[in-house]
Write a new protein. Structure first.
Length: 128
């Protein structure tokens, strides 16, 4: 087990984590987008072709997110990745505005700021 942790640490040190953070956040954006398709599907005729296509797209998005998540976790520690996952809420606010014209209220902006600050605090440089 220790050997595997050392190998992972060496691999992480030798690679820049920035591309993986972008990939991770792209995955969170995808993950948040599946709810948009789900909401659109609820407004379509039940068991229609469009209904099935929308839900098929939902399952594809979830599948690709799961694969992407596993690849990201090979390089980014779980504690860091999990704390960043709350960004799906921010993407949800954004997608609600873009696709459904939902208003962005001040408490939503405050919540998004709290999420950003929390991520920065949790993932900031740790000095021993």
């Amino acid at each position: 087990m220790s050997e595997m942790n050392n190998e992972l640490t060496e691999r992480t040190k030798s690679k820049s984590l920035l591309p993986y953070f972008f990939l991770m956040h792209f995955g969170f954006m995808m993950y948040a987008f599946y709810s948009v398709l789900g909401k659109i599907a609820t407004k379509t005729e039940f068991l229609s072709l469009r209904f099935f296509l929308l839900y098929a797209a939902v399952f594809l998005i979830i599948f690709f997110f799961a694969v992407l998540w596993q690849q990201v976790l090979k390089v980014i520690p779980l504690s860091v990745a999990s704390s960043n996952k709350s960004m799906t809420i921010v993407w949800g606010i954004f997608f609600g505005r873009i696709f459904f014209g939902e208003p962005i209220k001040p408490n939503m902006i405050i919540g998004a700021i709290i999420i950003f600050v929390g991520i920065l605090i949790l993932n900031g440089d740790k000095h021993d």
